[in-house]
Design a protein around this ligand. Structure first.
Ligand SMILES: Cc1cc2nc3c(=O)[nH]c(=O)nc-3n(C[C@H](O)[C@H](O)[C@H](O)COP(=O)(O)O)c2cc1C
Length: 294
């Protein structure tokens, strides 16, 4: 998740909680000469992702840029790269990227025709929403996605307009499974083990799920989905302190504390008292107390 997850968070997460098969990297905004930012380079550095299975992601509407980026990640040792067709941020969509690419089916076909007419240096997956304006667009988008040999297709069951909290359409995922899309991955609002059980009961063919906010709120969620234990207070404290220590080495301490508070807000969602305590906390000890004390 852009602005939140990085190599430190991924490594600490795997060490303390685990349960995740693949960690998805925040997108790289591609440019003509493929000049990644220092943060993007750091994030994809294999040294910083040692022992982790990670999936890099690109944001571009230029097929040549995508091909060059696939060659780049392949040189770094990655065998699959993901294209973002879902980001709804206006700074992204106004340049025709992310979910804006779903607006023009003709463009999508020519984009992927061009990309797949090449021998790809690494396999390609996509992360998509089910439309730009309305869920009715999904049928055409699905037809297009079904034509190409993607490694997998992650489906956030909302349109661009529905952003992150609007109406959702889980049945759109079932349609993708029925249409034989290659390896569909369900994404959207999986916050508890019950949410995943409900999904599997409705769509038993579900092979994989992608979890964003639910894993920030409950870092043990993936482990629990495999029958493992809930997060203990000791583990949560170790998680927060290890993240703070890692971020303090990378940023200045004020920024590191801001980042930890941002992460904690995902867990304290809806708990006004905790959020108030968190806002007032002046150091990492105060933050951890705000999160863990009754
Ligand atoms: C702060 C934030 C940053 C995100 N960054 C990315 C990103 O870089 N790439 C991406 O594919 N999705 C990104 N997403 C979308 C999530 O991956 C996910 O599709 C969405 O939050 C719905 O899933 P969830 O309900 O499990 O969080 C981001 C979401 C949030 C809230």
């Amino acid at each position: 998740m852009e602005g939140i997850t990085d190599g430190i968070l991924r490594s600490v997460h795997r060490e303390i909680f685990g349960g995740v098969d693949i960690y998805c990297l925040p997108f790289h905004k591609l440019t003509q000469n493929l000049s990644l930012t220092a943060r993007e380079k750091r994030d994809i550095d294999p040294e910083r992702n040692k022992g982790l299975n990670v999936l890099p992601q690109a944001l571009t509407r230029d097929p040549e840029q995508l091909l060059a980026w696939l060659a780049y990640i392949s040189r770094l040792g990655y065998d699959c790269g993901d294209l973002n067709l879902g980001c709804p941020s206006p700074t992204v969509t106004k340049r025709g990227r992310g979910s804006a690419m779903l607006q023009d089916p003709g463009f999508l076909v020519s984009f992927f025709d061009y990309v797949f007419s090449h021998r790809l240096p690494a396999s390609l997956s996509v992360k998509t929403r089910i439309g730009y304006d309305t869920p009715e667009e999904w049928e055409r988008i699905l037809e297009i996605l079904a034509e190409f040999p993607f490694d997998h297709v992650t489906i956030h069951i909302r349109t661009m307009k529905e952003q992150y909290t609007g109406a959702k359409h889980p049945e759109a995922f079932d349609t993708a499974v029925r249409k034989g899309i290659s390896h569909p991955v369900f994404n959207g609002d999986l916050r508890t083990t019950e949410d995943v059980e409900t999904l599997k009961a409705r769509c038993p063919e579900t092979e994989a799920v992608m979890i964003g906010r639910g894993l920030l709120a409950d870092p043990a969620l993936a482990r629990r989905l495999r029958g493992g234990a809930e997060a203990s207070d000791e583990e949560l404290a170790a998680w927060y302190y290890a993240l703070y220590d890692g971020w303090k080495q990378q940023f200045d301490p004020v920024l590191a504390l801001g980042r930890i508070k941002k992460l904690m807000e995902w867990s304290g969602e809806g708990d006004i008292r905790r959020r108030r305590l968190l806002r007032r906390a002046k150091d990492i000890e105060g933050c951890v107390r705000a999160m863990l004390e009754d």
